[in-house]
Design a binder for this molecule. Structure first.
Ligand SMILES: [Zn+2]
Length: 137
């Protein structure tokens, strides 16, 4: 193999490597773009509160809309929850202990308010992780 051909081959490889670099770079930019798009997509989905009664899904509310919802149980008991400024709290309940009413409002993913006597669970879903959870993970 003459030096001339070797030189050409080396040059050819160098050009190809540059092309590969451009492909790699484009790929990375594309991946970042997709990741960013997905993040925006999930972000726009927003936080919701899932209401479970005796282990059965009752309703899902979007936290972006303020609302007051009264859960009327068949046995005459009730729970009233309020969604305000993205926070969920139990504002009234017929249970004797009123632990759910005393519970601070919830906002972060997987936070819950439970009313044991009435078997009601309010759970935040699809939202941002709390700082404590982030550290635990
Ligand atoms: Zn309660």
């Amino acid at each position: 193999m003459s030096n001339h051909i070797l030189h050409l081959l080396l040059n050819y490889r160098r050009v190809n490597m540059k092309k590969n670099d451009i492909f790699l770079l484009s790929g990375i930019i594309l991946l970042i773009g997709i990741a960013f798009f997905l993040m925006q997509f999930f972000k726009s989905e927003g936080s919701r509160v899932l209401i479970t009664i005796d282990g059965i899904e009752d309703k899902v509310f979007d936290l972006s809309e303020d609302a007051i919802y009264k859960i009327q149980h068949e046995d005459g008991h009730w729970n009233t929850l309020e969604i305000k400024d993205g926070n969920v709290s139990m504002i009234d309940a017929s249970c004797p202990d009123k632990l759910c009413v005393k519970h601070r409002s919830i906002h972060y993913n997987n936070e819950t308010i439970t009313c044991l006597p009435n078997k009601v669970v309010l759970k935040i879903i699809g939202g941002e992780e709390s700082e404590l959870d982030a550290i635990a993970n």
